[in-house]
Design a protein around this ligand. Structure first.
Ligand SMILES: [Zn+2]
Length: 159
């Protein structure tokens, strides 16, 4: 494998870039991770929401798989993707731990993975906001599924 590739922005259910939150019709910010190629856990968390439908299991969702795939899709090397996916999982666990102090980190993740998809979306976006230090109201989370990653052809169109 040679050469660098730049992943093109993925747009979420709000039709916003999952990197810089620019709306669909507007260009990305110059600081957008899809431009700088510096991806952090917040982008992975939001990307996982876009791919979540592909990780639906008989019971619940393969949350780890969704995060791992989302990270692998953004960065080129396995080690970097692995680190990014771990950071995202740690951020998600931290977010959940704040909201549910009675359960361990592992329990909160398992509970989330077995629950409703929209709750996962809320948690992923809540965790991303926590990473970025911006306010987030889970009650205002738009529950429509993110399908742009899957149906928008983002992945397949990339060369
Ligand atoms: Zn962007």
């Amino acid at each position: 494998m040679t050469g660098l590739w730049t992943p093109i922005p993925i747009y979420d259910h709000e039709r916003r870039c999952i990197g810089c939150r620019a709306p669909w019709a507007a260009p990305c910010e110059s600081t957008c991770p899809f431009r700088t190629r510096e991806f952090g856990p917040a982008v992975v968390l939001r990307a996982a929401w876009c791919w979540l439908g592909e990780y639906e299991m008989r019971v619940g969702y393969d949350l780890g798989g969704a995060l791992a795939f989302a990270a692998a899709d953004l960065v080129e090397t396995g080690a970097a993707a692995h680190r990014l996916a771990s950071d995202a999982l740690i951020a998600l666990t931290g977010y959940l731990a704040e909201r549910d102090t009675t359960a361990s980190g592992g329990e909160t993740i398992r509970k989330l993975a077995r629950g409703e998809g929209v709750e996962i979306g809320r948690a992923l976006y809540g965790a991303a906001a926590r990473v970025e230090g911006v306010p987030f109201d889970p009650d205002l989370f738009d529950p429509s599924p993110c399908t742009s990653g899957v149906e928008g052809g983002t992945r397949d169109d990339r060369r």
